[in-house]
Design a protein around this ligand. Structure first.
Ligand code: JET
Length: 465
C-alpha cells in the first residue's frame, strides 16, 4: 500500500521513519512518500495561500497549487488495473475516523493520498474536483471535536492506524483481534502487571485467583462498566445478540434495559423516570392507560364494560384530575424517544387513613405473621407497556413510585402500600411478589355488571433493601 502525504511542514512527518510503521516502510509492506507542497509553487516567495473570497479573517490555501501537487500523486502508476485511490483530507468539519474505516482502507485501498491543510483551510473546490473524478474517492475526516493548527498530526494518526493493519506490518496479528473498537463494541478492560502492590494500590484480587472463569467474567463486567460510564453512545449502539444474560444484568446496574425478548438488531435504552405534576401530561398517561388496562382484565369481562370503564376512569379529564390532586401520585417511565412506556398511580388516604379509602379498599391489613398494618397507600395502577414486560423495568417503576410516595408519608409511623389484582392474573402476582409484596387478603371489585375477585397484596414503603 502506498501513502503520499502533502504538507507545508514535511519535517513534521519525520516521525513516520520511526517505530513499526518506519520498519514496515523499510521492509516494503508499505511505501510512504512525504512531499513539500511548496515544490509546486512558481513564485519567488513560494506562496500557497491567498485571502478568502467574500472576506473574513485568515488565509485560504490555493486550489491551483494543490491541484498541481495532487495530480502528480494520482498520476503514479501503481502497477495494477483500476487501483483504489483515496484522497484523505483532515479537517474539523470531516466525518469521524473509525476503526472500521481504517480496516477497510488497510484491506482494500492501494493508494492513500493525504492533503494537510493549514491556515483557514483548503479552497473548497479541491475536494469537490477530486470527488468528481471516477478513479478517486475523497474522504474528509476528523480525529475529534477540537481544532489543530494543521492536518499533519491527523495525517500521522491516520497512517499509523491504517498501516498497522496492513498484513506484514505488525509482528503479532493476534494482538489486533481483541482490542478496543474491535468486534466486541466495548472498551477494553483494565490490565495490570507486577509488582502486585505499588504505591499502596494492589491489583484486583480476582486476577491472582487463577480461576479463569471468574477472571473472564470480571474483565467482561469491567469492560461493560467502563463503556457505560465513558461511552454511553457505544452502549446505545450495542445489539442484543452481542450480549448474554449476565452482560445484560451488568448493564442493568448502570441503568440500561432491554426488552425481555429483544429482536436481532435491537438496542438497549436508558429509561427516564418522571413524576407527572403537570395536567398537560394527562393525555399521554390516558393513552397508555387505555392501551394497558384491558390486559389486566379477566377474559370473561365484556368488551363493552372494559370500554365503559376506560371512558369513565381513564380519560384525559380523569388523569388531569389525578395529576392535580394532592392525594394522587403518578410516576411514569419514558424511553429514549420520550415515549411513555410505564406508569403507576397511587392514592394517599385522607389524614392518617382512618377515614377510610374509596372503592371499599382496606384501610388496614394483616400480614402473614399476624401483624396488623395501616394506614395504607393504594397502588391503584401499575402498568408496563406490553413490549417492556419482563425487562426489569417493573423494578425501576416500583422503586421510583415508592420513593415519590415517601415524600407524602413523613408523618406516618409505618408506611405501607397495598394493591388489588385479579385473582386469575398470576403473571402480575408473580411480579408483585418479586417487587416485595405479599398476599394479605381478598376483595370483590365491580366492573360493569360483573363481580371480580381480586387478591390484595401489601409491602412497606421502605426501599432500603
Ligand atoms: C482536525 C482534524 O484541525 C484539524 O485538521 C487540521 C486542519 C486545520 C486547519 C485547517 C484545515 O483545513 C482542512 C480543509 O479541508 C478541506 O480545509 C485542517 C481536528 N480534528 N480532526
Amino acid at each position: 500500500m502506498r501513502f503520499d502525504i502533502f504538507s507545508v511542514f514535511p519535517a513534521y512527518l519525520n516521525a513516520l521513519k520511526l517505530s513499526l510503521v518506519g520498519k514496515a516502510s523499510a521492509g516494503g509492506a508499505i511505501d510512504i512518500a512525504v512531499h513539500d507542497l511548496r515544490d509546486w509553487t512558481e513564485d519567488r516567495h513560494r506562496t500557497v495561500d491567498d485571502t478568502p473570497v467574500g472576506g473574513g479573517a485568515g488565509m485560504v490555501m490555493r486550489a491551483d497549487i494543490w491541484g498541481k501537487a495532487l495530480d502528480t500523486a494520482f498520476d503514479i502508476d501503481l502497477g495494477r488495473e483500476n487501483p483504489r485511490r483515496v484522497l484523505a483530507i483532515p479537517t474539523p468539519a470531516g466525518s469521524p475516523l473509525t476503526q472500521e474505516i481504517c480496516i477497510d482502507l488497510a484491506r482494500n485501498c492501494d493508494q492513500l493520498v493525504i492533503a494537510c491543510g493549514r491556515y483557514e483551510g483548503i479552497d473548497g473546490r479541491v475536494a469537490t474536483h477530486y470527488a468528481s473524478r471516477a478513479e478517486i474517492e475523497v474522504f474528509e475526516f476528523s480525529l475529534g471535536d477540537y481544532v489543530l493548527n494543521g492536518g499533519e498530526v491527523a495525517a500521522l494518526a491516520l497512517v499509523e492506524a491504517v498501516a498497522r493493519l496492513v498484513p506484514g506490518v505488525i509482528g503479532n496479528p493476534e494482538s489486533l483481534v481483541e482490542e478496543s473498537h474491535g468486534s466486541a463494541g466495548l472498551l477494553e478492560y483494565p490490565t495490570y502487571t507486577r509488582p502486585l502492590d505499588w504505591r499502596g494500590e494492589s491489583v484486583p484480587q480476582i486476577l491472582t485467583s487463577g480461576d479463569h472463569g471468574r477472571v473472564g467474567r470480571w474483565r467482561r463486567d469491567e469492560a461493560l462498566r467502563r463503556t457505560a460510564l465513558r461511552r454511553p453512545d457505544m452502549i446505545a449502539a450495542l445489539d442484543a445478540h452481542q450480549l448474554d444474560r449476565r452482560d445484560r444484568a451488568t448493564l442493568g446496574q448502570h441503568g440500561w434495559y432491554w426488552r425481555a425478548q429483544p429482536a436481532a438488531g435491537e438496542h438497549p435504552i436508558r429509561p427516564v423516570l418522571e413524576i407527572a405534576d403537570d395536567p398537560r401530561l394527562a393525555c399521554v398517561y390516558a393513552e397508555l392507560a387505555a392501551r394497558t388496562f384491558p390486559d389486566a382484565c379477566p377474559p370473561s369481562l365484556a368488551d363493552a364494560d372494559v370500554r365503559a370503564f376506560i371512558a369513565q376512569h381513564l380519560s384525559d379529564e380523569a388523569f388531569a384530575a389525578h395529576i392535580t390532586s394532592p392525594r394522587r401520585v403518578i410516576v411514569g417511565l419514558r424511553d429514549e424517544e420520550c415515549r411513555l412506556i410505564a406508569y403507576s398511580l397511587s392514592v394517599i388516604p385522607e389524614g392518617n387513613g382512618a377515614a377510610g379509602a374509596e372503592d371499599g379498599a382496606p384501610v388496614d391489613a394483616v400480614l402473614s405473621d399476624g401483624e396488623r398494618i395501616g394506614p395504607l397507600i393504594e397502588l391503584s395502577k401499575f402498568y408496563l407497556d406490553q413490549e417492556w414486560r419482563g425487562s426489569g423495568l417493573g423494578g425501576m417503576l416500583m422503586t421510583g413510585t415508592l420513593r415519590a410516595l415517601s415524600a407524602h408519608t413523613r408523618e406516618w409511623e409505618r408506611p405501607y402500600i397495598w394493591l388489588g389484582t385479579n385473582a386469575g392474573n398470576k403473571r402480575a402476582q408473580g411480579l408483585y411478589s418479586k417487587l416485595g409484596f405479599e398476599l394479605v387478603g381478598r376483595r370483590q371489585f365491580m366492573v360493569g355488571e360483573q363481580n371480580n375477585h381480586d387478591v390484595v397484596m401489601a409491602r412497606t414503603l421502605d426501599v432500603s433493601y
